[in-house]
Ligand binder design. Structure first.
Ligand SMILES: [Zn+2]
Length: 282
């Protein structure tokens, strides 16, 4: 490349960055979500992680497509608002719901969850733990390839309210790093383990460009109440804007996997659009 070509390329890139910054400054995170109250489940600790896998970075075709009201920009540090409570549901028109799966990925359950989502051509959110992600990068790659959103659920699933600010930052930062490496971009969403948030978690999450997302309907699937009960909780809780919490790791999640196979087609038959939220700035 000649010096002129290099200069042109740099200027073009700089213009693009400036344009992006202007859009962010003008709109902020427009109201995709509205906040409600919170829940505070308690769960058993995570199991040991699976075998390691490495992969190169790869962009996801899904995230390059312009979608209405969608299209996460590359992280704009310092532009994410510091909230005082997590977002709990999607705002907007239509019978739209979001499915979220926490604590994975786990090679015993996550592939089956992904298979069911693929069967119905549905996108979901996975709030992964760094210590699970680091050994299952192939599953994050698959999530990227199939258009799912990967969020940050800390490295080791600690109770953040008992940690120093430095430890919280480390839990978040390491996890965002491994997500970026395996998934191809840094996470834009954060979920505190046990739904236990504090000011440091909101501040540090925002510094790292992440919005805090909790949930509307808790399936309590980690108590292994039976696939039928999990299914009923989702179907009873179904309503426009609802964010559903379940788990693809952290214990025996075969009930969660089975329940999804039942409630997902039911939701779709009921006219729900099961999708993922997008941060949007414009
Ligand atoms: Zn969790």
């Amino acid at each position: 490349m000649t010096k002129d070509q290099l200069l042109t390329r740099l200027l073009t890139r700089r213009r693009a960055l400036l344009a992006g910054a202007a859009a962010v400054g003008a709109a902020g995170t427009a109201g995709l979500f509205a906040a409600f109250g919170g829940e505070d489940p308690v769960k058993p600790p995570l199991p040991a992680a699976g075998p390691p896998a490495r992969r190169p970075l790869k962009p996801s075709a899904y995230r390059l497509q312009p979608l209405t009201g969608y299209g996460p920009p590359r992280t704009a540090p310092g532009r994410t608002p510091v909230r005082r409570e997590p977002l709990l549901r999607m705002q907007g028109r239509g019978r739209t719901m979001v499915l979220t799966f926490d604590d994975g990925p786990d090679p015993r359950y996550t592939p089956a969850v992904l298979d069911t989502l693929a069967e119905y051509d549905v996108r979901a959110m996975f709030f992964v733990c760094g210590e699970m992600a680091v050994d299952n990068k192939d599953l994050l790659e698959r999530m990227s390839d199939e258009g799912h959103i990967v969020g940050n659920h800390t490295w080791s699933h600690p109770l953040l309210t008992r940690l120093s600010r430095g430890r919280i930052r480390s839990e978040m930062e390491r996890t965002s790093d491994v997500i970026e490496e395996a998934y191809g971009e840094r996470p834009q969403w954060f979920r505190a383990p046990y739904g236990a948030w504090n000011r440091a978690a909101f501040q540090l999450g925002a510094e790292l460009g992440m919005e805090p997302l909790a949930w509307t309907v808790d399936t309590l699937d980690w108590t292994t109440p039976g696939a039928r009960t999990i299914e009923r909780r989702v179907e009873n809780g179904a309503a426009p804007g609802v964010v559903v919490l379940s788990h693809d790791a952290g214990g025996d999640r075969s009930q969660s996997v089975r329940a999804l196979r039942e409630y997902l087609p039911q939701l779709l038959d009921s006219g729900y659009h099961v999708t993922v939220p997008r941060r949007h700035y414009a």
